[in-house]
Write a protein that binds this ligand. Structure first.
Ligand code: AMP
Length: 214
């Protein structure tokens, strides 16, 4: 089963993808994570995308499609969760072609619906464990007082360079201009289901499980 999690930055796509990886053995393909890894390991491509990402603009279709192609062709696990991809119509078309070429299908597109006001609050309060990716929020789930991650015990908390109000404004604009048309695209194809991304994490997990079945 291959699915797309769609929604603006801060909708909770990464958190829900991690849960699906743990409970269903699916493979999370986050183009944002792949690009951040390239940036941190200092590859040529990583250096090219660093400034674009910090400003909150979209990286070229060519780069992200290349990253996804490698993963799909390597084909592993119990289906893919596309998280933060596709973000443009060209990427959506490329994904359809890549899946068809490897004899696979796209089984669901889940839109996580949230209010824009909530996104700003969520993102500016967000931090993650650099070791396991556990997500924290200064207001509703602060980092443990003993300074270690409650999931893995590491003490390497990070904030994303683009989780500030200015970049977020650009990221939201990019989402509404370039990515939100995909909602109509997948609706017309009959693939789209909407869930309430404002509910608490467990309720959202249950809504997604309802869409995916057992
Ligand atoms: P994310 O972690 O999904 O919020 O992505 C962080 C940043 O990586 C975005 O603001 C873009 O600069 C870049 N990025 C991630 N995925 C894509 C994509 N599918 N297309 C273009 N740029 C992307």
């Amino acid at each position: 089963m291959n699915i797309i999690l769609m929604g603006p930055p801060g909708a909770g796509k990464g958190t829900q993808a991690r849960h699906l990886v743990e409970t269903r053995g699916m493979v999370q393909l986050s183009t944002g994570d792949m690009l951040r890894e390239a940036k941190e390991s200092g590859t040529e491509m990583g250096t090219v995308v660093a400034g674009v990402m910090e400003r909150g603009e979209l990286v070229t279709d060519e780069i992200v499609i290349g990253l996804i192609r490698e993963k799909i062709e390597a084909g592993q696990g119990n289906g893919f969760i596309f998280d933060g991809f596709p973000r443009t119509l060209a990427q959506a078309d490329a994904l359809a072609d890549l899946l068809a070429a490897t004899g696979q299908t796209l089984d669901a597109v889940i839109e996580m619906k949230v209010d824009d006001d909530v996104l700003v609050a969520r993102i500016t309060a967000r931090s993650t464990c650099g070791n396991c990716g556990e997500v924290y929020n200064d207001n509703i789930r602060p980092q443990p007082a003993d300074g270690t991650c409650s999931n893995c015990g590491a003490s390497d908390f990070r904030r994303r360079a683009d989780d500030n109000e200015e970049s977020l404004r650009t990221r939201l604009m990019e989402y509404y201009k370039k990515t939100s048309p995909l909602i109509g695209y997948y609706y017309a194809k009959g693939d789209l289901t909407r869930v309430n991304g404002l509910a608490d994490i467990k309720t959202v997990q249950a809504s997604i499980a309802g869409v995916l079945g057992n």
